[in-house]
Write a protein that binds this ligand. Structure first.
Ligand SMILES: [Cu+2]
Length: 289
């Protein structure tokens, strides 16, 4: 939305029509490229940027607890293997020991992994609790999986009362800055810094609703209403994908959330709500008028 608002000013300042077009396209492209945050980058290491408290906690759990623990265990086992191979091969140790039991050693290699698991379980259950115990929401969005697109519904009692389909953009419709297989025709819009409760269900087969930067992953199951939440702390465009093998076009039903300021969100909600009550299909273009 910001990019579209800024275009007229760029057009006015440019001298010729052609230069204006190029300048405005560049402005749109630059604005779009900057604000698209939640997606994978070529050559990326690690996880997609975290913009919610839950995603940050997940990053801490993975990067600072699980990863060091598994690195130490892997190196220890590798060291043991090398030691056994060198010290106890046939040449170095022609007469093997006949020992079959060692009580202390057996107790140690049972207790030690248990202790490691208990150590991991504490932050793990804390994170699960934060994910599954939903705080009081400011905004509710219902996402319904369909073969193969998402439908987003904004409830009437929160100023909405409309729903729209969100389809992947075909290659021929891509604009500069659009990401292939992630860009959609209608993005879901939510305000920054607010608790968004996402209700997830499906109309046909089981899908899975995942946005990495928000740290949310929940199944969309027909006849069942699942719920998750996020609080995005940075404006921008965030992508996710259906993550359950759901059929032929499973790879072509991305999820796109545009996080905007409270004012922009209120304007977007009002224009969509107006369009819906006038009986027109609501599209994101309404918000740009
Ligand atoms: Cu799916």
């Amino acid at each position: 939305m910001i990019d579209f608002l800024s275009v007229p000013r760029v057009v006015k300042s440019a001298r010729t029509g052609m230069a204006a077009t190029i300048a405005s396209l560049a402005a749109v492209g630059a604005a779009r490229a900057e604000e698209v945050i939640g997606h994978a980058y070529p050559g990326q290491m690690g996880l997609q940027p975290a913009v919610t408290p839950i995603a940050e906690e997940m990053h801490f759990f993975h990067n600072d607890i699980l990863l060091p623990v598994i690195i130490v265990i892997s190196l220890f086992v590798l060291g043991l293997l090398i030691y056994v191979g060198v010290r106890f091969n046939e040449k170095a140790n022609p007469t093997p020991s006949r020992t079959t039991h060692h009580a202390l050693l057996e107790v140690a290699w049972t207790i030690l992994p248990v202790l490691i698991l208990v150590l991991i379980a504490v932050p793990s259950f804390r994170l699960l609790t934060h994910q599954l115990v939903l705080p009081k929401g400011d905004v509710t969005v219902k996402a319904t999986g369909n073969a193969w697109y998402w439908n987003y519904e904004y409830p009437k009692d929160e100023g909405g009362g409309f729903n729209f389909d969100s389809n992947v953009k075909a290659d021929k419709d891509l604009q500069p800055g659009d990401l292939r297989l992630l860009a959609v025709d209608n993005e879901a819009v939510v305000p920054v810094g607010k608790v968004v409760r996402v209700q997830v269900t499906s109309n046909d087969v089981i899908h899975s609703f995942v946005v990495q930067s928000f740290g949310i992953r929940i199944d969309a199951v027909p006849g069942r209403l699942n719920e998750t939440w996020f609080k995005a702390e940075k404006e921008g465009l965030y992508y996710g994908q259906c993550s359950k093998l759901c059929g032929k076009d499973h790879a072509y039903m991305p999820i796109a959330f545009r996080v905007v300021s409270q004012d922009q969100y209120a304007a977007w909600l009002a224009s969509h709500s107006k369009a819906a009550s006038a009986g027109r299909p609501a599209t994101l273009a309404d918000a740009r008028r």
